[in-house]
Design a protein around this ligand. Sequence first.
Ligand code: AHR
Length: 494
Amino acid sequence: MEKYLINPNQKISKINKNIYGHFAEHLGRCIYEGIFVGKDSKIPNVNGMRKDAVSALKEMGLPVLRWPGGCFADEYHWKDGIGAPETRKKMINTHWGGVVEDNSFGTHEYFELCRQLGCETYVNANVGSGTVQEMSEWVEYMTFDGLSPMSELRKRNGAEKPWKLDYLGVGNESWGCGGNMNPEYYGELFRRYNTYCRDYDGNAHITRVACGPNVADYNWTKKVADKVKGKADLISLHYYTIPTGVWEHKGSATEFDEKEYISTICKAYRMEELVSNHIAMMDSVDPQKRMNLIVDEWGTWFDVEPGTNPGFLYQQNTMRDAIVAGVTLNIFNKHSDRVKMANIAQTVNVLQSVLLTDGKKMVKTPTYFVFKMYKEHQDNTLIGSYITTPMINSEWDKKEFPQLVESASVDENGVIYSTIANASAKKSSKIKCQIADRKIKSIKAEILTGECHEKNDFENAEAVKTVEFTDFRKLSDGFTATIPACSVVKFVIE
Ligand code: AHR
């Protein structure tokens, strides 16, 4: 029997709701088809946004949406995406399948989408192939309320009032697709571009995001942090879970054996080490800890579904992805003192998406249900918790990782939310939970579980879904439970 201790007296940090954020790029069928179908589409829509997708995402709880890329951001010229749609420039999306980008989804459409979703806004602007003036004018266009060339242009395009821009990303993956820069050079560029992006609304600072490292590139973090400290608010880490670790053959989304399953979860668990080490590196050059970390791209990355455009990064999603999500979100919660946002890649039809679409049809993936289950953690307070756990050995990685990964939070009414992922594909686990200084009135629980290959598709859209969990016994100060293999369980404790 594993011991699980929760201490509601130990209030650690606020879990920023944006840890549950998402990312939508002009890539494959994420924005086009997956979210935006245009006003004239037969697919039910509001101002061009799919009704089914918007309503599912709202129900799941989508607090912030990063746009327009990704690699696409550093070749995106925002002025091509404003004005009458039929007059907008067409371009080649060179990164993603070489298809024509008609710019019908641009700045106005993005803010309309965020309005419908009720979420915060995170625009990633172009450093790689854009100018300082271009970025500066985009910020003016989006946020300036007075009389200026850009605010007049915005008004002529139908938006009388500026929008609220919450986060501004200054370049994306500047170490790679965003310009192949070295950290010192990027750090200097950040300072220059950032200078001309003004906070026009005196009451609202646009939170500045500097391009951070790829995976374990601590040298990048150290050098960039040193250059941008006092200027940037956040530094962004990108880390994807690739089962084989080999870019050319990442592994199938749906066909994998036990070793590959284990290695996938082992690689996802690496987030713990990456987050801790990058924060330590940032603090080594900025002991005042003025900057926090975000992980604005994360998730599984498999080979594309057979027969689909390799540049569209379309992959299925199984219970294995749900475990990756359950483990990773618990890690982010535990680091919520310094991790202030995370954005899974990507919302619909790309990589570890929460929704898949096929024409009019839409399915919710197992990952969707994990986000929905964890929704109540958003803006709660992380509380002390600890679980004993068997370790799982990954032969491929020559590493061990914990079978049980948990986190616990409390809301303003004192209700405790505990989420536990059992990463073993085969073994259930008995736990005994004790909650300090609490007389338990009631416990409710939900579970997402299944054989690790199970998925939802257009033929069977509800094979995997959350159901009530009853395999627990309430005690006066906690509970005992059996957590099934390959499951994510949420306990709501009053
Ligand atoms: O999410 C897909 C791509 O992965 C993004 O465009 C890029 O930033 C990263 O390399």
